[in-house]
Ligand binder design. Structure first.
Ligand SMILES: [Zn+2]
Ligand SMILES: [Zn+2]
Length: 269
């Protein structure tokens, strides 16, 4: 199992914790831990001891697992770049020959809508990567981290979006020189094919979204930024017209063809 898969499994297990806790409490109740009966099925002290161990041990195990996975991915990342430095040009890389179509996460920021990756770099719908660290690089450079990244499968991107609320899923095509990495591709240039509009309003998570709204987000140290979300009619009532954009208007502003929005609700919640 790859590291990314292990991390996904772990996060899913953490999400199960409340459910398992309820189950454990129900078991404790059935065992007589909370009854006044003199003769419970299992001695009360034993049940409370087991509950205490559960309360401390399980979160402890989760934390340890997160730390171990963190260390392992850090080691892997360093290992990868060391390997890549060892390669020479005669025997270069396993370059993908297939079309590099993928999925990625972005937020839409600024009053004039701008796509921004989770690393904070902004880009246009049709753009070539630039290397922020080494201006002389033409991304992607094997030993560097520059280039446009995308997951190969929608499932991986969806999972990441579930732990990054406020992000949109994009379908992208990558062009130029590209590298394969564990979860996807890293390439020279990128065209955003469509924004996969979530099925539910990003605020109430109940109704279908109808409109983009922009609001100010506060961050650390008085740092604030404008961020766009899609919301339903009710959750967008308090917004002034100048803080709203229809979905086609947003696609227009971002220069993404609107024909691509049709059939966008492919199972994404
Ligand atoms: Zn670079
Ligand atoms: Zn809503």
């Amino acid at each position: 199992m790859s590291l990314a898969e292990r991390r996904q499994k772990l996060i899913r297990a953490v999400r199960m914790y409340p459910v398992i806790t309820l189950f454990v409490l129900a078991l404790a109740y059935l065992a007589g831990a909370f009854s006044e009966s003199e003769d419970p099925l299992i001695p009360k002290d034993l049940v409370f001891l087991a509950l205490n161990i559960y309360i401390f041990l399980v979160p402890g195990l989760f934390i340890t697992a997160f730390i171990l996975i963190g260390f392992a991915s850090e080691r892997e990342r360093r290992g990868v770049s060391n390997n890549q430095r060892r390669f020479n040009y005669e025997d270069p890389f396993d370059l993908p020959l297939e079309e590099m179509r993928g999925y990625k996460l972005a937020v839409i920021t600024e009053r004039e809508p701008t796509l921004r990756g989770l690393t904070g770099d902004s880009y246009k719908a049709d753009d070539s990567a630039i290397c922020a660290q080494f201006p002389e690089h033409t991304p992607p450079v094997a030993s560097c981290e520059c280039g446009f990244y995308a997951y190969r499968t929608l499932a991986d991107a969806k999972f990441e979006s579930s732990i990054n609320p406020g992000t949109f899923l994009l379908e992208v095509d990558l062009y130029g020189i590209g590298f394969r990495y564990e979860d996807g591709y890293r390439a020279e240039s990128q065209v955003v094919k469509k924004i996969i509009i979530p099925k539910r309003c990003m605020r109430c998570r109940i109704f279908s979204p109808t409109v983009f709204v922009v609001s100010c987000r506060m961050g650390y140290q008085n740092y604030s930024w404008m961020q766009w979300q899609v919301r339903c009619d009710i959750c967008s009532l308090s917004f002034k017209d100048r803080d709203k954009l229809s979905i086609p208007e947003m696609f227009g502003k971002l220069k993404i063809p609107t024909s691509n929005t049709l059939g966008s609700s492919d199972g994404f919640r």
